[in-house]
Design a protein around this ligand. Structure first.
Ligand SMILES: [Zn+2]
Length: 268
């Protein structure tokens, strides 16, 4: 009887342990997003692929910029939304030391190759333009080229039109990096093609939309999470997280505002 009770207790324990096991193991890789300040992000996919978007790591708001850049020893893709210096940033340096392929419009890619991005790391496999979608890294990510209302040139080279990216990670989130842009009604179409999980939205004002218009943009895209960017780097970029928060509340937005500190990483 004693033995039976012990066996029962053990099997109950085992059952409990099994029941408590989550469907997705806690160790399952998620997608990590790191903000370096301004519009610069790193995305690490569940399979460990590393993407940099608008990688101005050495922007003046990032005190660890030099060290952050020095620490980059692996990257698979570098995505650049448009040719302005605050978005091209350290793209050439990262491309040179990691061999990362450059994802950009044909015009911008050629301009960056002229600026020193290794020519063999930019080709038809990683380029596109508004309306196009490309599958990269063996299907680990899909990148859609989204328009933006902004301008673009790269150190005097013509660099096509400015844009944004919808980066859909396999088994992970769909991340919309707006690039620099005003609010435009067709942002609503981005969400019509699939749920946007994370929206990296410019809020600085002056050269892009400010908090109030950014809140309207969020309402069009309806992401689960909003991460503000492109503010506070220079005094003229006056948009604040507080103003965005207020505008989102006034707009009745359901999206969760998640303001990253510079250097912070979140998983999605
Ligand atoms: Zn900018």
């Amino acid at each position: 009887m004693k033995y039976f009770a012990l066996t029962l207790a053990c099997s109950l324990l085992a059952t409990t342990a099994l029941a408590a096991e989550p469907k997705v193991p806690a160790t399952a890789a998620r997608t990590a997003i790191t903000w370096y300040g301004h519009a610069a992000f790193k995305i690490v996919t569940p399979a460990g692929k590393i993407l940099f978007v608008d990688p101005w790591l050495k922007n003046p708001a990032n005190k660890n910029g030099e060290a952050d850049l020095a620490a980059v020893d692996k990257a698979d893709l570098v995505l650049v939304t448009h040719g302005h210096f605050d978005h091209v940033g350290d793209a050439v340096a990262i491309g040179k030391k990691t061999g990362a392929k450059l994802v950009a419009t044909f015009d911008l890619g050629n301009a960056l190759v002229a600026e020193g991005y290794p020519k063999e790391q930019f080709g038809f496999d990683t380029t596109g333009n508004a309306g196009g979608e490309i599958e990269l890294l063996g299907g680990e990510v899909r990148v859609a080229f989204i328009p933006a209302v902004h301008s673009s040139d790269a150190s005097g080279h013509a660099a096509g039109n400015a844009g944004g990216f919808l980066i859909s990670v396999k088994g992970g989130p769909a991340i919309y990096h707006t690039g620099d842009t005003d609010l435009f009604g067709d942002m609503a179409l981005v969400a019509e093609h699939g749920k946007v999980d994370v929206m990296l939205v410019c809020i600085g004002d002056r050269f892009t939309m400010g908090p109030r218009r950014a809140a309207q943009a969020v309402q069009l895209v309806k992401p689960t999470t909003v991460i503000p960017m492109h503010f506070g780097t220079f005094p003229v970029l006056t948009g604040t997280v507080e103003a965005l928060d207020k505008a989102l509340k006034q707009a009745g937005a359901k999206a969760t505002l998640r303001a990253f500190k510079i250097g912070e990483t979140g998983t999605f």
